[in-house]
Design a protein around this ligand. Structure first.
Ligand code: ARG
Length: 459
């Protein structure tokens, strides 16, 4: 049994069950790089302030470098006898260089150390998330461009509503992902605050150069209140919330792929390489990937609710409850990372049945709004026009016809304002083309959006 870093005031060995229950090494070993980088910066600062000697500092920094390499090669065992990654790294250091290693923790507590490590971890993952979102956006833009001429029904209430371009529909997700990036970037300013120097909760008696550590680790500034600094997990909650919203977007995209690939819709076919089968029904080809993305959204929401609940009753300052932040954070990251990767790879594997989508856009009176707009142009108020077209829809529906199938005589029976030029208002292509208003589904507008998106993505 290794000696505890806090063993001095204890007369008995810790019970094995307590070690097992208390330890976080089983999961926080993932932060070994952040832990070691933080320790190196702390160590250099201690030397710069004359708190340890330059010689001791260079021994420590060199040994920490070795430990980091060994850990990344998986050579140093993540010994469960050590409570957490902080104690483990320190033990490995003392193993290597003895007494000098025992000086590293001067002016520091695991409370400010863990706050630092988690901040470094979250900062890193935000950068990675931004890259992965960008890759998914690239995928979306490519697929939208390849299918620029595809017209489909746009829906509200999952009822056919108005014809839209598939590219416009896809680019709606591009916008959601833009906001996701924006949210992560906004969170970055709150993450990038350096807590070291707060020590356990009250600050340190040593004249630590906090700005030096902050600068070395690339932080924007140092924290202003030591008690807040060791108690604050808002930045983890920000990350969980931002990721929950991103997952919600991926889930909605997934839901559309699931329903579009059903036989009822028949809008898309997902490649064999990105589909799975059934153990009993030989004919089945299932959209497991988007279903899993949709499903995994639940656990990310759960982690957000879990940590909010963990934090809500905690008195200042550090409490062990806060160790519960890590599994939530790590699992959230693992989940969103693979979901982003899968979605970016999945989209190019989807082939769109453009003919079928166009056909669907031609059935279900999707041009009714345009017919009402037409009547307004002939001098009828919109409310009146709405009513006339409503009656025309019922009439056509009863005869199994679309609006465009009605004869001139039948139409003028509803309004004498209707003339031969009405027919160009009744085809889905026309509906789409008339909407080149900014933000609309018109082909010119959509092309401009795609160009702008490509420029933003540096394509
Ligand atoms: N493993 C702990 C955590 O994750 C590190 C801080 C422990 N500090 C303490 N005084 N027990 O929060």
């Amino acid at each position: 049994m290794s000696r505890k870093i806090w063993g001095g005031r204890f007369r008995e060995e810790t019970d094995a069950l307590v070690d097992k229950f208390n330890a976080s090494i089983g999961f926080d070993h993932r932060m070994f790089e952040q832990d070691i980088d933080g320790s190196m910066a702390h160590c250099r600062m201690l030397a710069a302030r004359g708190i340890i000697t330059e010689d001791e500092a260079s021994q420590i920094v060199e040994a920490l470098g070795e430990i980091k390499r060994e850990m990344s090669r998986g050579e140093l065992s993540m010994d469960p006898a050590h409570e957490d990654i902080h104690s483990l790294v320190e033990a490995a250091l003392v193993d290597k260089i003895g007494a000098a290693g025992e000086k590293l923790h001067t002016g520091r507590s695991r409370n400010d150390q863990v706050a630092l490590d988690v901040r470094l971890y979250v900062r890193d993952k935000i950068q990675r998330a931004l890259e992965l979102i960008r890759e998914l956006q690239v995928s979306l833009v490519r697929v939208a461009e390849e299918n620029l001429d595809v017209i489909m029904p746009g829906y509200t209430h999952l009822q056919r509503a108005q014809p839209v371009l598939l590219a416009h529909h896809l680019m709606a997700y591009f916008e959601m992902l833009e906001r996701d990036k924006d949210r992560y970037q906004g969170g970055l300013a709150r993450v990038n605050v350096m807590p070291l120097g707060s020590a356990a909760l009250a600050g340190s008696t040593f004249d630590l150069d906090r700005d030096m550590v902050s600068g070395e680790l690339g932080f924007d500034r140092v924290s202003r209140n030591s008690m807040d600094a060791v108690s604050d997990r808002d930045f983890v909650l920000d990350f969980l919330y931002n990721t929950a919203v991103l997952m919600m977007h991926l889930s909605r995209m997934s839901e559309e792929l699931v329903i579009w690939s059903s036989q009822e819709f028949g809008f898309v076919v997902i490649s064999d390489a990105f589909s799975t089968g059934s153990s009993i029904m030989p004919q089945k080809k299932n959209p497991d990937l988007p279903e899993l993305i949709r499903g995994k959204t639940g656990r990310v929401y759960g982690h957000l609710m879990g940590l909010l609940t963990t934090m809500k009753g905690l008195p200042l300052s550090y409490n062990k409850d806060m160790q519960e932040d890590k599994e939530a954070l790590f699992d959230t990251w693992d989940t969103v990372e693979i979901c982003l990767e899968v979605m970016a790879r999945l989209l190019p594997e989807v082939s769109f049945n453009g003919e079928h989508m166009r056909e669907a856009a031609g059935r279900g009176f999707l041009t009714a709004t345009d017919l009402a707009d037409y009547l307004v142009r002939k001098g009828i108020t919109f409310r009146k026009a709405h009513e006339i077209v409503g009656r025309m829809v019922v009439f056509a529906g009863e005869q199994g016809k679309e609006l465009g199938d009605l004869s001139m005589d039948e139409m003028t029976g509803f309004s004498r304002q209707i003339e031969e030029d009405v027919f160009e208002w009744l085809d889905p292509e026309g509906c789409v083309k008339r909407r080149n208003i900014p933000g609309g589904t018109g082909p010119e507008t959509v092309k401009k959006c795609l160009e702008q998106a490509k420029e933003e993505l540096g394509l």
